[in-house]
Design a protein around this ligand. Structure first.
Ligand code: F6P
Length: 325
């Protein structure tokens, strides 16, 4: 293992609120340790193109409160190829970068694992995704902000649902995981929450809906996770139309609104802690690992375990949601 003098930092995959706070923490902690920092723009795509920029403490001024990412992000098909990764690794070497800090989600960490296995590039990951679907951390950067954004939207939808006495299917993000759906459903007082982990077939969904309607509700709000076999809220709406024709049904997809906005205090603090921890982990000789927070303590997990071991939703919360709905 070589001594680290120069770090490359990048954000990759779907952006999440708080990524900027993490970049700021990485740059400032690195400078405090006399390490130089190179920002890699547009994630792995920028690594392949050599889109590198020198960073100092002032290049991250005034960004802790900003959503998005000043380093930009991308999903790179080229990086999925052996040739793409070869180019990326060569550019990292040519730029004199000793180690990388990757801020992103499961796709980013799968890429980092490959880069390490094939080219021995040292890397430490910081979990940044609204999906919260990575093992090795209780929460990922951006999840809390996304939850609050979705909850505010749901509160507004409830007003109009109630005024018109309608049934609303509200779709939230989360790819294949139901974390956002479960917690926004509880926070927004949803009548039913449809998760890929639990409710995946029409018969069960209808049985649950019938239970909701037995409570003689005039308006209802159902949260639908985008992933899983329901095919999303539009498809589900189509599938339910006939059987529930006596209810006026509307579908609302919250979509990318959940990815933007100023990060919550909780996300800013998490991002600052993890950026600081990632640099310190590299300095202490860790590599091929992700820093996370579990039970309020910094934990270091082999990067492969973060995406190959599926993180489970909290099933106790499901029972709670059902009881309170
Ligand atoms: O991974 C974050 C996420 O927002 C998922 O929840 C969603 O499925 C996906 O990214 C959308 O990706 P894109 O912005 O590339 O359409």
């Amino acid at each position: 293992m070589k001594t680290i003098k120069r770090i490359g930092v990048f954000t990759s995959g779907g952006d999440s609120p708080g990524m900027n706070a993490a970049v700021r923490a990485v740059v400032r902690t690195a400078r405090a340790n006399d390490l130089s920092v190179v920002g890699i723009r547009y994630g792995y795509q920028g690594m392949i193109k050599g889109d590198f920029v020198e960073m100092d403490g002032s290049s991250v001024s005034n960004i802790i409160q900003q959503g998005g990412t000043i380093l930009k992000s991308a999903r790179s098909d080229e990086f999925r190829t052996v040739e793409g990764r070869q180019k990326a690794a060569q550019n990292v070497l040519d730029a004199g970068i000793d180690a990388l800090i990757a801020i992103g989600g499961d796709g980013t960490f799968q890429g980092a694992t490959k880069l390490n296995e094939e080219h021995n590039v040292q890397v430490v990951g910081i979990p940044g995704t609204i999906d919260n679907d990575l093992s090795g951390t209780d929460e990922t950067i951006g999840y809390d902000t996304a939850l609050n954004t979705a909850m505010e939207a749901i509160d507004k939808i409830r007003d109009t649902a109630d005024a018109h006495e309608r049934l609303f299917l509200v779709e939230v993000m989360g790819r294949e995981a139901g974390f956002i759906a479960l917690e926004t459903g509880i926070a927004g007082g949803a009548e039913l929450i449809i998760l890929p982990e639990t409710l995946n077939n029409l018969t069960d969904i209808k049985a649950n809906l019938n239970e909701v309607f037995r409570a003689q509700r005039r308006s209802s709000l159902v949260i639908v996770a985008e992933g899983g076999q329901t095919g999303g809220a539009y498809k589900l709406g189509e599938d339910l139309k006939e059987d529930y024709s006596k209810f006026e049904m509307r579908v609302c997809i919250l979509g990318h609104i959940q990815r933007g906005g100023s990060p919550t205090a909780r996300d800013r603090v998490l991002a600052s802690r993890l950026g600081y921890a990632a640099v310190n982990a590299l300095v202490d000789g860790h590599t091929n690992a992700m820093v996370g927070v579990i039970n309020n303590e910094i934990k270091i997990t082999p990067i492969k375990n973060t995406w190959s071991k599926k993180k489970s939703i909290n099933y106790e919360l499901l029972d709670l949601a059902k009881t309170l709905s």
